[in-house]
Design a protein around this ligand. Structure first.
Ligand SMILES: [Zn+2]
Length: 212
């Protein structure tokens, strides 16, 4: 059974549905994106998310922020905070765990809670207002937490680029897991280096002989 049809109005390119839940007793037109979707029938739920929150927890949402928004709109904030402060400090400031941060960095993460997204943007605004950028070495050392004097980034290489770090980290893990391969690689590289220097020496001595 599909249930009774409900009216959806279109205004300025957005669709609205009437909600008559506990927050909107008089009936209010709410954007369709603010409604949940029924799992089975894929139809919109009858009350908006904020009203469903009231129904569930017997009180209105703390800051009026309920539901999710698209993650792709906020990934820039994740990247920027990470590059300015480092992952660990960024987690601390936003008030989320490491696992959450890792998930956000992944392209498979599609949505983020509105409340968390708001915190993310607020943190970024604060950090930007202070002009806070940390030196890569200070980030890796955790200098601010140890109460040490932080370095000041001057050149571009002083800035923290996460891609570089995850690369070194994956290399370190690989070395740990494949000690024999690592050893073999080292031996091969050494042989190559020695062969190269020997060839250079031979070339030089030949050049000397020719000159003489
Ligand atoms: Zn409502």
């Amino acid at each position: 059974m599909a249930g009774r049809p409900y009216e959806v109005r279109r205004r300025r390119g957005r669709e609205f549905r009437k909600c008559a839940g506990p927050l909107h007793r008089q009936g209010k037109w709410i954007p369709v994106s603010e409604f949940g979707i029924r799992a089975k029938s894929k139809r919109l739920r009858s009350h908006c998310r904020a009203c469903e929150h009231v129904h569930r927890y017997k009180k209105p949402p703390r800051d009026g922020l309920v539901g999710y928004v698209q993650m792709k709109k906020f990934r820039f904030a994740v990247m920027e905070l990470e590059r300015r402060l480092g992952k660990v400090e960024a987690c601390r400031r936003v008030g989320v765990g490491w696992t959450t941060w890792q998930r956000w960095s992944s392209p498979t993460c599609l949505k983020i809670q509105k409340r968390t997204a708001a915190k993310l943007i607020q943190t970024l605004a604060e950090v930007r207002a202070k002009g806070e950028v940390r030196h890569a070495n200070s980030i890796r050392r955790g200098a601010s937490r140890r109460g040490e004097i932080e370095l000041v980034p001057v050149e571009w290489k002083d800035f923290y680029i996460q891609a570089y770090d995850s690369h070194t980290e994956s290399r370190r893990k690989w070395r740990e897991n494949n000690p024999e391969k690592e050893q073999a690689q080292y031996v091969r590289a050494k042989a190559k280096r020695q062969a190269k220097s020997a060839a250079e020496k031979a070339l030089k001595s030949e050049a000397k002989k020719k000159a003489a």
